[in-house]
Design a protein around this ligand. Sequence first.
Ligand SMILES: Cc1ncc(COP(=O)(O)O)c(C=O)c1O
Length: 385
Amino acid sequence: MLRLTQAVERLGTESAFQVLARAQALAAQGQDIINLGIGQPDFRTPDHIVEAGIKALRDGHHGYTPANGLPVLREAVAADLEKRHGAAVDPDCVVVVPGGKPTMFFAVLMFGEPGAEIMYPNPGFPIYESVIKYSGATPVPIALEEEKGFAFDADTVLGQITDKTRLIIINSPANPTGGVTPKAEIDKLVAGLPDHVAILSDEIYSEMLYGGREHVSLLQYPEIRDRLILLDGWSKTYAMTGWRMGYAVWPEALVETVQRLCINDHSCVNASAQYAGLAALQGPKEPVLEMVAEFDTRRKFIVDALNDLPGMRCADAAGAFYAFPNIEGTGLSAAEAQDLFLTKAGVATIAGTSFGAWGEGFVRLSYANSLENIERAIDRIRGVL
Ligand SMILES: Cc1ncc(COP(=O)(O)O)c(C=O)c1O
C-alpha cells in the first residue's frame, strides 16, 4: 500500500475549485446555474495584452527565461510599483512567479517548521492556513470581525506575537470579505513589529478599491523593507487568472533563497506570458479602470440587495470583488446555505467556513458576474429563503 507523507496529508485546499466543479456538473445536467462562487474577473484579458503574448510566441520566445523573470519585466514591475505606491523598488528584488500562490508557498516554506508560529487572517484566503499546516508550523489565526469591517486590529495582532512567531500574513483589500484595513492600523502594526518577524502583505487586490479609498501598501514603510514580502500580480487587475502571472518584492537578503525555490519548483514563468505581462504594465490603463468601475456598480447593487434579504446583513465591501453577508438570521449554517443556494436556487456561493473557522455564519458571493445575473441570483436566493 502506498504511504503518503504527513505533510501532504495536512495540506488543505481551496473549495472554490470544488464548488466550481459541482456547479459545472449541475450545469452539465441541464440546470441553469449562476456562478457567484469563483474569484476571477468575468472579463477577457484586454486585447493588447493578448496580442503581446501571441507576438512573443511568433517572435520565437519559446525557451527558458531567467528564473526570477525577464529583466525588462522586473524593471517594469518596479516602475509600476513606484508609480502606484510612491516607493522605490530595486528590480533585482522583484521575483516573477506563476501567479500569486507560489509567493505564499515560498514564504511559508522559508519560515514555517515545527515549533514556529505563523499568523494569518481568518476568515482569509484558504491557502494560507493550508500551507502553514503543510510546513509543520503552528497556524495562529488573526480573527477578522464584521464589526470592524473585517479589518485587522493592530493591537490584537501585536498581542498575539510570541518569540516563536516567524511570519505574519496580511491581506488588504481582502478575500473573502472585501474588507480594507485603515492606514492607522497598518501604521500601528508596522511601528510595533518586532525584528524577528517577517511580514507577507498580499496586495493582489491593490487596484480594486471603491468609494474613493486609496490603497495603503506596506511598501510605503521603509523601516520594514528588510522584513517585507510584497505579493501582487496580474491575475485580478488585468483579468489574467489563466496566464499564471504574479510577482513579489522580496527583502534583498532573501532573493537568492527564493530564486533557488523557483529553480527547484518551476524554473521560470512561461516566456510569452511574461511578454503579455509587460504589455499589461506598459499599455493603456483604461481597460482596468473600466473593469473596476463595473465592479463598483455591481458592488453597490449586491450589498444593498443582500441587506434587503430576510435574515441577512452585509457590511460595505470596500475592495476586491466579494460580498460577505452575515446569514445567521436565516438559521442556516454557512455550509447549509451554500448547499441550499446551489441545489435549490441554482446559485453557486462559497460557505464562509471555507475561509477558516471564523467564517461560520457567512457566505461569500463574488460579483465577478454580470449585473443581470447578480439580479437573477438575488431573486432566486430570496425565493428559497
Ligand atoms: C487574496 C488572494 N491572494 C492570492 C490569490 C492567488 O492568485 P493567483 O490566481 O494569481 O495565484 C488569490 C486568488 O483568489 C487571492 O484571493
